[in-house]
Design a protein around this ligand. Sequence first.
Ligand code: ZN
Ligand code: ZN
Length: 494
Amino acid sequence: MPVTMDTLVSLSKRRGFIFQSSEIYGGIGSCWDYGPLGVELKQNIKRIWWRDYIQRRPDMVGLDASIIMHPTVWKASGHVDNFTDPMVDCLECRHRFRADKVDEMPWVHYCAATKGNKFTIPAGEACSHCGERRTQCPDCGKGRLTAPRQFNLMFKTFMGPVEEDAALTYLRPETAQGIFVNFDNVAQSMRRKLPFGIGQIGKAFRNEITPGNFIFRTREFEQMEIEYFVNPRDTVEGKPADEYWHERWIADSLAWFQRYGLRAENLRLREHEKDELAHYAKRTADIEYYFPIGWSELMGIANRTDFDLKQHAKFSGKALTYFDEERKEHVVPYVIEPSAGVDRALLAFLADAYQEEEVRGEKRVVLRFHPELAPVKVAVLPLLKKREDIVRTAHTVRDTLARHWAVVYDDTAAIGRLYRRQDEVGTPYCVTVDVQTVGDSDKGESADGKVTIRDRDSMEQARVPIDALSTVFLDLLNGGAWSAVASKYPAAKA
Ligand SMILES: [Zn+2]
Ligand SMILES: [Zn+2]
């Protein structure tokens, strides 16, 4: 059974992944803070994305553009005029709703057929007493709603000390425009030939009217975006270059999410219908994930044609073209845009990793994160925290491993409990230092210099010399098989 959002929210808070923002003040709408483990998970997602798409590919470079840009950027991009939602206001309680969502919420009704009793009626249903349907405000049940008005979703702010229209600017609603306006800078300084791409990770802001579903839709979020520029006159494998690269990026993106743990059955592709396409887009495909709220967009991959570069050329007066050496002519590149949300990716990886299973009559909660994503790679645990030599050895092991990986030391509970805690945050391996490791001179037992490694997924153990730990983890954390370690370093019978 798929995990519920409530389970993920509560695990996230309990184990230090995600907290409600400003919680001691009662929180603030749809803002979330990433805790100690959440920030590690998020950094890992961004790091592998950057490594796989920017650093490992010869045809990609990176960028980090400013969040606040020249306000004309948003004129040119169409955001000032078109980035809007239709809104209605309640004249009584002043609550504001998206006009197209107002019938998707439960509504308050004072029923004339039952002496004006107050009911909350499920979304879209009629009152079972009087048969009436919603006409008033769904929240207070009394106020009339205004006609829909367009509301711009960009966050406004003022540059400089004077709050006047001339100083009005915006927090970027997407990172993409920072790439478009730097197209020529990057192409020239890096001497790029088409096709090539520019990738960027950064915060974006949208004043959504109905955010929600935990970190799925928030007003402040982080994007991982690529603009991949191609020569529309080129042909690759018998297809126009833009169509060929669009296909390639869809396939690459799907494969990427699967490589890091999302199950194929939880992923699907959805083509945008003609009437749903942005006016400049030639084709858009969403990768959808089966979130706890149902199938929803994980990322979009759009063919934006030459719209953005042409718009910025028009508004800035600067040519944003590419000189096609072969044809001896200037061309405006087409652009393919694979655009993913970091927070949504994190939610998908978290949901997909979550499993409950029964182990010896007890429930075990385990996050089966891919080792590259796991916030903590190894936990070092002393079997007896009263034995000073065991504790000292455990700290030494932790310090050595921490030079390469995120490693924690924990001695705050008994070993069984400590294992469960690490399972619940997805730590792939635990290392236990016990009496055999350090020996017991009182009983004349000599130290064996070995520690126990426990594998999260199989719960099997291996007995590995301390000297070999770094080599073993280098292999395991880079995709090496546990079975190879288990057979090379068999654990003594428990
Ligand atoms: Zn109202
Ligand atoms: Zn009624």
